[in-house]
Design a protein. Structure first.
Length: 336
């Protein structure tokens, strides 16, 4: 039986506005990732993907606040730990994070090598400068970066190189869980492929035990992750294998996402893209029923007044909808 690297149960986190209002951007989210596996998280901007990424590190700072639930990394519960303890013993080793717009995340006034040194010093590892330099050079060589990049400022590097530097810094201590928040955004296609291949190679070599890859492009995850989870308005609405989620989505929102993006594997000739009407709900005042109901063409009055649970309808597959899977598939077949 595969070892569980990350177990999250009923995690709920919120933002508190300056006027004291609560915005529950992560609402009772549960997920599990096994060693050697990768999970993709997809959804529109504002659905809670990045907030979930920040929440999974167990490191909270205003206006983001922990509310309830548990986070267990490789058998260690990191829920509710003191921020200083999290920074010294969890971040970088148990959980590492690659932020959005990573290639702009480096301080341009410091040389690249100093970032590696800072990570080592923050964890109080017994290494001198020579040992740190050797470790950094080995990791840079592995990621296809010239070792002299360590002596340069980030502004002297290309966008793709800066992205790889951030990945090198984030993974230098071989984390058990790597959370990559849209790591290939703002890159050209060639650089995107290079970054994705590099991250998959790190998984294959065991330098990263498991990975969460976040993007709004659901089809991109087909070639990157084992499983895919779709989020909407702070909640999980569907989860399955990458193949199932791309080629056989069940939830109306997942299906809507797929119909709004081209999937090269399905062919692109005569494909008509359709947008999902409307906008996501205001999470300051979420609806009483299904959060997707106002945008769903299949919604009934019951959908608007009843909160659908997340149900498992097959091994490893779950969805959040008032309609049965059989009913939805029957409707979809009629439309196709």
């Amino acid at each position: 039986m595969a070892k569980k690297m990350l177990e999250v149960s009923e995690l709920t986190t919120k933002y508190i506005t300056r006027t004291g209002e609560n915005v529950y951007s992560v609402d009772h989210v549960s997920l599990t990732i096994e060693e050697g596996k990768s999970l993709g998280i997809a959804g529109e901007s504002g659905c809670g993907k990045s907030t979930l990424a920040l929440s999974l590190m167990g490191y909270y700072f205003a206006p983001l606040h922990y509310t309830s639930g548990t986070i267990v990394v490789d058998g260690k519960d990191i829920t509710g730990l003191d921020p200083d303890v999290v920074r010294k013993t969890v971040l970088g080793t148990d959980v590492a994070y690659i932020p959005q717009a990573a290639m702009n995340a480096l301080n341009p006034t410091r040389k690249v090598g100093k970032f590696i040194e800072d990570v080592i010093r923050a964890h109080e590892l017994p290494m001198d400068k020579k040992q740190i330099r050797e470790m950094a050079e080995q990791r840079f060589a592995l990621l296809g970066l010239p070792v002299d990049s360590l002596d340069k400022h980030s502004v002297e590097l290309s966008g793709g190189m800066r992205q790889r530097v951030v990945i090198a810094v984030s993974t230098i201590l071989n984390p058990k869980v790597l959370i990559a928040d849209e790591p290939s955004s703002a890159l050209d296609v060639t650089s995107q492929k290079m970054v994705i291949k590099m991250m998959k190679d790190m998984m294959a070599k065991g330098l990263v035990k498991s990975m969460i890859f976040i993007t709004h492009e659901l089809p991109l995850l087909y070639n990157v992750t084992d499983d895919i989870m779709v989020m909407y308005a702070g909640q999980i609405v569907e989860r399955g294998t990458a193949h199932e989620m791309v080629f056989d989505p069940v939830h109306p929102y997942s299906r809507g996402l797929m119909r709004s993006i081209l999937v090269p594997e399905e062919g692109t000739r005569d494909v008509k893209l359709t947008a999902i009407p409307g906008t996501p709900p205001n999470l300051k005042h979420p609806p009483a029923g299904c959060r997707f109901a106002e945008r769903c063409r299949y919604a009934t009055p019951a959908c608007r007044y009843n909160q659908p649970p997340l149900l498992e309808f097959a091994e490893g597959r779950s969805y959040r909808c008032m309609h049965s899977v059989d009913h939805l598939k029957e409707v979809y077949e009629g439309e196709d």
